[in-house]
Design a protein around this ligand. Structure first.
Ligand code: AQP
Length: 347
């Protein structure tokens, strides 16, 4: 359990409850693993409910091939389980099967302000110069994400750094709802962002995030890559001619070098300072093969287990269906109470 979870939520009235999700918008990357899944596993505890979701409704904010979406949904579920999420302990399900997410999302569309959405940097990054042509869903994504979290009265949300702004917006939505309806119904969820892997960067450009949907396969490590591919991708990863410095401060303005050090640190459960202390003065000819070997050692058991799970899609579907039932048991009364607070007549 992380320190952040041991601390109370800002709302003492709410019991600790962890929620997070991953979009099935492609194959899982090392960024998803280190920034999210590995930390979700660390946050499982019999002392509180943890809810991990495959957020398929978020995936369709950009075009997804229907058959590939189903496979990617099962693959994210397999990735969670292969990395150590235990579906008998955590609630594991896919978002679309619990219709309360979309229903609360609509209520929050009516609470959130357009000005708030206009400040979301992820929308600006994803829409780019094409903002007129992207889906309305991509723009409204953060209010659906607020619904995902608040539907369970979640108090702690482990995410990578790129999602921090969306969790902050979730707090704004909860506050405005509570204020407008003179209630304290929704908690102010805390983003849990910690460790060296909060933003794993693209292997070809250390100023851009590693993403599932990035253009080139060489810019990311996929959770399903084999040992040869992982070694090749790290070997070809962009770096600079300098050896590793004596201190972490020496990596300032060297984003690609810093990224590889952070990846090594996260994979080996060390701080980035400890990695620099071990490799001070080393060249890339030494560091990159060591990093590739470590990545293969950590990822191979997970990808082998993912492949085994993916061989039995019906079993994954059964696990997700069971998780949806458990999720609905929490979500339905919270949505019913929300409707009551808002004044939606139940005739
Ligand atoms: N590069 C990353 N470093 C650290 N954490 C990351 N996460 C994603 N990429 C990195 C974290 O993984 C969780 C799930 O993210 P998501 O799949 O729902 O959305 P995303 O952040 O938009 O992921 P991608 O890979 O970039 O997907 P595409 O390319 O489809 O948009 C989140 O906690 C996220 O912070």
């Amino acid at each position: 359990m992380t320190d952040a979870v041991q601390t109370q939520s800002s709302d003492a009235k709410f019991a600790k409850r962890v929620f997070s999700g991953i979009k099935p918008s492609g194959g899982l990357t090392l960024g998803n693993y280190l920034g999210a899944i590995k930390r979700f596993v660390d946050m499982q505890s019999p002392d509180f409910t943890s809810i991990y979701c495959v957020v398929d409704l978020h995936a369709i904010t950009v075009w997804q091939d229907p058959a590939e979406l189903k496979t990617a949904t099962r693959e994210v579920a397999a990735g969670y389980m292969a990395a150590g999420i235990d579906p008998s302990q955590s609630i594991l399900f896919n978002q679309s099967q619990v219709s309360q997410h979309a229903e609360l999302g609509w209520i929050f569309n009516c609470v959130a302000r357009v000005g708030w959405m206009n400040r979301m940097t992820q929308f600006k990054d994803k829409a780019g110069a094409n903002a007129e042509k992207v889906s309305l869903g991509l723009y409204a994504y953060p209010s659906l994400m607020a619904a995902d979290i608040l539907l369970y009265h979640a108090t702690h949300v482990p995410v990578g750094d790129d999602q921090k702004q969306h969790v902050e917006l979730t707090r704004d939505i909860a506050s405005k709802f509570n204020h407008d309806f003179k209630t304290d119904f929704f908690p102010l969820a805390e983003p849990v962002i910690e460790g060296p892997a909060m933003r794993i960067m693209n292997l070809r450009d250390g100023t851009r995030k590693m993403s599932k949907s990035g253009e080139s396969d060489m810019e990311r490590i996929n959770m399903t890559d084999d040992a040869d591919k992982i070694a090749k991708k790290f070997k070809k990863a962009k770096t600079d001619p300098e050896p590793l410095p004596e201190t972490l401060g020496g990596l300032k303005d060297r984003p690609e070098a810093r990224n590889l050090v952070d990846i090594y640190a996260a994979l080996s459960d060390q701080t980035s300072e400890a990695v620099i202390a071990e490799y001070a003065g080393a060249g890339w000819g030494k560091f990159k093969p060591a990093l590739a070997e470590l990545a293969v050692e950590k990822l191979a058991p997970i990808s082998t287990e993912m492949a085994r799970l993916m061989d039995d899609p019906a079993e994954i579907d059964r696990i997700l269906a069971k998780g949806s039932d458990r999720a609905r048991e929490i979500a339905a009364p919270i949505l019913d109470q929300t409707y009551e607070i808002v004044g939606l007549l139940k005739a």
